[in-house]
Design a protein around this ligand. Sequence first.
Ligand code: SDN
Length: 142
Amino acid sequence: MTVTPVRTDLYSQVQHFYAHQMQALDAGRFADYAATFTEDGSFQHSPGATPAVTRPGIVAELVEFHRRFENDPVQRRHWFNHIALEWQPDGTIRSTVYALVVTVRPGGKPEIAPSCVVHDVLEAGEEGILTRSRLVTHDQMS
Ligand code: SDN
């Protein structure tokens, strides 16, 4: 297997980007999370869910999804690892990432649910990195 190298500055830029993006999500800052997508970005967080498109669409989807936690003091954290980057012929970057969603409630033990693979297409431009599309697959569904 041949792994085509990517520049270390690009790789660390992507890591930095994901750290801010996912900390925004886990803090419930959905507008900040959506702003890490392109204006026409698309986001599908679960198999079978209708993809949310555009930043307002992404915010609306996240608000709707998180209603189930309204009276639940759960903290969710999305842990990214094994970020594999590949340049595509159109100048975008395919990013394939392992993600664990860790949940914990006060006094409880952390649980992992679900274990996911994130399939992103990223744009690297003057203003930094943006997510053009995100499709999340869940391991228990395969
Ligand atoms: O933004 C993500 C997500 C995400 O938003 C998820 C949501 O619920 C809202 C980036 C990478 C992975 C994920 C994974 C999920 C899981 C999904 C469904 C659930 O937690 O039951």
